[in-house]
Design a binder for this molecule. Structure first.
Ligand SMILES: Cc1cc2nc3c(=O)[nH]c(=O)nc-3n(C[C@H](O)[C@H](O)[C@H](O)COP(=O)(O)OP(=O)(O)OC[C@H]3O[C@@H](n4cnc5c(N)ncnc54)[C@H](O)[C@@H]3O)c2cc1C
Length: 599
């Protein structure tokens, strides 16, 4: 029997394997932090106000790097040509390496720039508004490739051997996905078998869609290493691309990100030294999940750049394009889209900077919820923003930059940005998987207290005892979720934002009560109510976006930021109220209808 909090006895074998593997690899710490307090109905604004700022020395070093990066990108790179040709010129890769862009967060002692998570996120913002292909190249290398897992889990020998190479521009990659393994690693078929003397492992299998693999020198590979008590155990290995038996099978091509060096890689009896295991045998999924916690912040950061670029193109066009007697920006339907673009860029930036600052303050900080919400909320906003920019630019949005240039018009690359950004809601945790992940984490405090009472694996006495304990706890917890209480707001906060934070506190209490009701009504079946859970997660995500936007505006202090944050909050409150109002009836009807189709 697994030690999972969730009763898996009534699940199919496949479901049980997936869930037990995910459960055994979760961060088992009790949740803490502002996002957790929102789901608990007791938002602690002291954790958010004032928004932590980077140290002055770090900010100066970060600014200097960003300035060089901006100059290099504008003078030495042509994103439309990269998209058109499907290749990144070697001179661009070499130039980025010379700037230190492949080792932004790698400490100086290992040859990197030694910059913070905040500076790294700001670099992703710069890249995201310029070129999706370059963003993916640098991000796959250092957000999920060798540097991030080694910084978190690598041995000193591994760091000394591989980090200086990575910082100098030896590209890395991350290989988890297989044909049968998308969001469900329990189906992994790549295996590694230990040699008799324990000195090395033999790796066999094939990985799909490995970004950077065509240019990579080394990569992190996830492989099954079954243990007697853990048949689905997964281990993370560092594999060098020129080792015997490593074969690149084919390059994969996509709707966007045309110059992604992504492909299928096969391992035929590859001999991997035991010292290349990261973090220990059977701990690979933990390495992957923890790496992704921080790693997936790069995607919303890139979406900030994308949204700012979209906003500036859409705004310019809305000022100068006249139709029906007015500049189109003055038609309310377009004005609403422009306001949303500005708000989404600002709120995503706030989410990313806040979460990055938590990492900088403490590298072991628990950012599970914040990073996942930034990914979910920011990438959905990025996609909506690219889509509405296309709508605002009309036919010119759909036309390629090259064609616009040929006709003597401003070559805004809207369709390229739209194509390139579509993948953001799919990889590094799809929107659906982020909903489940956040729901699981948000419900954890309740599962810790209440799940034992409903767990059919336990005997009746234990279940009764657990129910009494939970009852005592909830006898004070639940009434407190009705009592208005707001703590930790700064006295000089803009009055409209202060009032919005009172709304956040009240909506957060309602969210906590609704989560509690959903658990009480559905019991273990709540896990299957994905649409309901999705709405509850979206509610918490919206409340976090409102709160961080307010804190970000408060720390910037300028009128434009305050006005933007006020709009984020007005819109957010309306969205949350709509989410609470949404009926569950269509959820069941939809499921029934689809079941009929699937049959
Ligand atoms: C351009 C690109 C680059 C990539 N780079 C890498 C890389 O560098 N390394 C790497 O390892 N992988 C990489 N991937 C793989 C990527 O991470 C996967 O595509 C992603 O994990 C989703 O897997 P899948 O496509 O197989 O979808 P599936 O897991 O088959 O899912 C299909 C759909 O079902 C939904 N779904 C799945 N399970 C559930 C569930 N339990 N409940 C509700 N909905 C569910 C998903 O959200 C999705 O909408 C890349 C993919 C692409 C396209």
């Amino acid at each position: 029997m697994s030690d999972s909090l969730i009763d898996t006895t009534k699940m199919s074998a496949g479901q049980r394997a997936a869930l037990e593997l995910a459960e055994s690899s979760r961060d088992s710490r009790e949740l803490s932090g502002f996002a957790a307090s929102l789901f608990d109905g007791s938002p602690d604004f002291r954790l958010l106000f004032p928004l932590p700022k980077p140290q002055e020395e770090e900010r100066i070093a970060g600014d200097a790097f960003l300035e060089k990066l901006r100059r290099f990108l504008s003078q030495e790179t042509d994103p439309d040509a990269i998209d058109r040709n499907g290749e990144i010129p070697d001179s661009v890769i070499d130039g980025l390496a010379a700037l230190g862009s492949f080792g932004i967060k790698i400490p100086k002692e290992y040859g990197g720039l030694g910059l913070s998570q905040t500076s790294y996120s700001r670099a992703a913002m710069v890249l995201g508004g310029h070129c999706g292909n370059l963003t993916a190249l640098l991000s796959a290398h250092q957000s999920i490739g060798i540097p991030q897992p080694l910084l978190a889990f690598g041995s000193e020998e591994q760091k000394k051997k591989y980090l200086p190479r990575c910082a100098a521009g030896a590209i890395s990659a991350f290989a988890l996905t297989e044909k049968e393994v998308g969001s469900d690693p329990a189906r992994m078929s790549t295996t590694a078998t230990k040699s008799e003397d324990g000195s090395h492992w033999i790796l066999n299998g094939e990985k799909l869609w490995c970004t950077n693999v065509l240019k990579a020198k080394h990569l992190i590979v996830m492989a099954r290493t079954p243990l007697p008590d853990k048949p689905h155990a997964i281990t993370a290995f560092i594999v060098e691309i020129d080792w015997p038996g490593v074969e690149i099978v084919t390059r994969c091509r996509f709707m966007g990100l045309k110059a992604l060096y992504n492909g299928i890689i096969r391992f035929n009896d590859v001999k991997v030294p035991s010292e290349n295991i990261v973090h220990g045998e059977g701990k690979g999924l933990k390495v992957a999940l923890t790496t992704l916690n921080t790693g997936r912040l790069t995607l919303p950061a890139a979406c900030v750049g994308l949204l700012n670029r979209c906003y500036s193109m859409a705004l310019e066009w809305s000022k100068k394009r006249e139709q029906w007697g007015n500049a189109i920006g003055f038609h309310e339907a377009i004005a609403g889209k422009l306001a949303d673009l500005r708000a989404d860029a600002f709120a995503t930036e706030a989410l990313v900077l806040y979460t990055s600052s938590l990492v900088d303050a403490d590298h072991g900080a628990d950012i599970r919820l914040e990073a996942a919400i930034a990914k979910l909320w920011g990438t959905e906003a990025g996609w909506r923003g690219a889509d509405s920019t296309m709508q605002i630019k009309g036919g010119r949005g759909y036309e390629t930059a090259d064609s616009l240039r040929d006709r003597g018009e401003t070559p805004d690359p809207v369709e390229r940005l739209l194509r390139d950004s579509r993948i953001n809601t799919i990889f590094e945790g799809s929107t659906e998987i982020m909903h489940l992940f956040i729901a699981r984490e948000a419900l954890d405090p309740h599962l810790r207290r209440g799940a034992a009472a409903l767990d059919t694996r336990k005997d009746k006495g234990d279940r009764f005892h657990a129910a009494v304990k939970a009852g005592i706890y909830y006898a004070t917890w639940y009434p407190a979720r009705w009592i208005p209480r707001v703590a930790g707001l700064p006295h000089d906060l803009d009055p409209a934002l202060k009032s919005a934070m009172h709304d956040v506190a009240s909506l957060s209490r309602r969210l906590a009560r609704t989560l509690f009701h959903a658990m009480a009504l559905n019991g273990p079946k709540l896990e299957k109510r994905q649409l309901l859970l999705g709405r509850l997660v979206d509610t918490g995500a919206e409340l976090l976006a409102m709160s961080t936007a307010a804190a970000h505006a408060h720390s910037l202090g300028d009128p434009a930021s305050i006005h933007t944050a006020r709009y984020v909050c007005t819109r957010g409150k309306a969205r949350v109220e709509a989410l609470f109002r949404a009926s569950s009836a269509p959820d069941r009807a939809a499921y029934k209808l689809t079941k009929e189709s699937l049959a």
